[in-house]
Design a protein. Structure first.
Length: 79
């Protein structure tokens, strides 16, 4: 169980990094773009289906994506 919780903890950090990186503009072809691509490819298989099942909540001109929050809560429940 410790190994699973450790891996889920690392996955939480990847999701957190994806959230932070989504706030800044990433230029294609840069090292940061390569890092973002890896993080995106690791997290999208979990976040994508959740996002399709639970669409973002509209807040005026912006939208709040609830999928990372749901994954964080799920990981906290498991560990």
């Amino acid at each position: 169980m410790d190994l699973i919780c450790t891996l889920l903890g690392i996955y939480s950090w990847l999701i957190f990094a994806r959230i932070i990186m989504s706030w800044v503009r990433v230029e294609p072809g840069t090292p940061v773009a390569s890092i973002y691509s890896v993080i995106f490819n690791l997290t999208e298989p979990v976040l994508g289906p959740l996002r399709r099942a639970i669409p973002p909540v509209r807040m005026g001109m912006a939208a709040l994506d609830l999928s990372p929050i749901i994954v964080f809560v799920g990981i906290m429940i498991i560990c």
